[in-house]
Write a protein that binds this ligand. Structure first.
Ligand code: C2O
Ligand code: CU
Ligand code: CU
Length: 519
């Protein structure tokens, strides 16, 4: 168990929140990235669930160095893995990246992980999106000291989808993730396998993160007091300026926002609508198209990209379009949250004959309805608020700061029950967008009640065509002035879990609370 290293106020001081600190900009070295560097990410082309089995791995969290730019290597913290038992190709490292290995499992597989903390500070690992027993979930109270081990053993019982793992110690999640600690968990199942979706080299993970590097190629981390860490360049899969060489055929893009604080408004630069087939909790009932899709920290998107009608020699560029965060969310050092940025470039370099077309319907999707909810007339309300505590800015969830072991009355809920939860981001000022995440259980967005006027409405109108609501989700963007109603089926695992803002600096400052699933 972790000794509490410092109190929260001391923490806020040391990490520079109080200075409202902004990062010193990287020098020319930070811009001299290896243009066109391509991560050799190849998922197993034989991806049928029957080819997966139970897996036991060792995951070491340790300092390392990666060569991101010419000159000095970049110091990072990294997960590295080895297979103890199971099929070795179910653990897939990303050569040259600071990201941890991708864990491949099928629904129903048992996953055992021996996590070794070789960092100079306490840590614990959370399996974001997986519904697991409370001692398996990476709650901060289970953090282990340097040199210690935490053994995980659980069954992956999620729908096929892209999940991820990252550290979760109290007050140090943001700093540990920004140094590189994160990895993917790709879950497959029999239902997904029926659709023969693009796989192998045609299934491309895109882990989107932003970082600022100093003139010596080191990660410069000095988050803003209100806005968290906004890096000045986008990395994908741990590589600056990602370019992929593609063919004239269909691709499946598995996209995750692994950034600390930056939300993206994803769109094709040429105006082609974006086709979404899945979200955090797996495939939608049927594909949807949008002019753009919002992707806030923690969220995932499964995108169908059809390059079959493109000409050889052309490019498709995935961009984040400009949008307005509203409230106090738009400041900070350039590029601000909401600034336009290039995410990845796909060079259509060769012809291919394509036999696939977009499946019109996936099915196997249980739509939750309001009449299933036991509290349909009286939603469980979680208000977002803000206080100055001794002159320090602190964002709050449910009116209180994080406390390791306690819950408030509305944070105790029955197990395996459908309820309506309402997240309100409706207080006057200050206000900004927050990505709210619940551990353990996926939800569907029942209703979004947007702002009705003023600057909040102006901001809302820059994002509101980019939400996927009829979907299994575990993280939701709540805009200034907005109330989001969720339908959730609570976990069947009793115990103490957390929900929090996935803007990681907000989580660390205490915008996190426990909830308890009652036995
Ligand atoms: Cu990805 Cu508690 O978070
Ligand atoms: Cu989580
Ligand atoms: Cu927040």
């Amino acid at each position: 168990m972790q000794d509490r290293p410092l109190d929260r106020r001391e923490f806020l001081k040391r990490t520079g929140y109080l200075a409202g600190g902004v990062a010193a900009l990287g020098g020319a070295g930070a811009l001299a990235w290896r243009a066109g560097a391509q991560p050799p990410m190849v998922l197993p082309s034989q991806s049928k669930p029957g080819n997966f089995s139970d897996l036991h791995i060792r995951l070491v969290m340790a300092p390392a160095a990666v060569s991101l730019f010419p000159g000095t290597p970049t110091d990072v913290w990294q997960y590295t893995g080895t297979v103890i038992s199971g099929r070795s190709r179910q653990l897939e490292p990303i050569p040259g990246s600071y990201l941890g290995p991708t864990i491949h499992v099928a629904r129903g597989n048992r996953l055992r992980v021996r996590m070794e903390n070789a960092l100079p500070e306490a840590t614990i690992t959370h399996w974001h999106g997986l519904d697991v027993p409370e001692d398996q979930d990476g709650h901060p109270r289970f953090a282990v000291l340097p040199g210690e081990v935490y053994n995980y053993d659980f069954t992956v019982n999620e729908r096929a989808g892209l999940y991820w793992y990252h550290p979760h110690p109290d007050m140090r999640t943001a700093a540990q993730v920004v140094k590189g600690l994160a990895g993917l968990i790709r879950v497959t199942d029999e239902h997904e396998a029926k659709f023969d979706l693009p796989s192998g080299e045609y299934e491309i993970p895109l882990v989107i993160q932003d970082r600022t590097f100093d003139s010596n190629n080191q990660i410069a981390y000095a988050p803003g007091a209100l806005l968290g860490y906004l890096g000045n360049q986008v990395l994908v899969n741990g590589f600056p300026a990602l370019t992929k060489t593609c063919r004239t055929r269909c691709y499946r893009l598995r996209i995750i926002n692994g950034s600390n604080a930056r939300t993206y408004k994803l769109a094709w630069a040429d105006g082609t609508p974006i086709t979404v087939i899945g979200t955090e909790g797996g495939l939608l009932e049927a594909p949807v198209t949008r002019p753009y899709v919002m992707l806030t920290p923690g969220e995932r998107l499964d995108v169908w990209a059809d390059f079959s009608a493109k000409t050889v020699g052309s490019q498709m560029i995935l961009r984040s379009l400009a949008w307005t965060p509203g409230g106090v969310g738009g400041g900070g050092q350039a590029p601000v949250n909401g600034a336009a940025m290039t995410i990845a470039t796909f060079n259509i370099a060769a012809a291919a004959s394509e036999y696939r077309s977009l499946p019109p319907y996936f099915g196997d999707f249980e739509t939750l309805t309001l009449d299933q909810a036991t509290n349909a007339g009286a939603p469980r309300i979680f208000q977002i608020s803000y206080i100055l505590s001794g002159g320090q800015p602190v964002w709050l969830l449910n009116g209180a700061v994080f406390d390791m072991n306690t819950t408030l009355p509305n944070e105790n809920m029955p197990r395996n029950t459908v309820e309506v939860w309402e997240i309100r981001n409706t207080l006057a000022s200050p206000v900004m967008p927050h990505p709210i995440h619940f551990h353990g259980r996926h939800f569907q967005v029942l209703q979004r009640i947007g702002p009705t006027g003023g600057a909040n409405l102006t901001a809302y109108n820059t994002v509101n065509q980019g939400f996927i609501n009829a979907a299994w989700k575990d993280t939701v963007l709540v805009m200034p002035g907005e109330t989001v109603r969720l339908l959730v089926r609570t976990s069947d695992f009793p115990g103490l879990y957390v929900y929090h803002c996935h803007l990681l600096e907000h989580e660390d400052m205490g915008m996190m609370r426990n909830f308890r699933i009652l036995a």
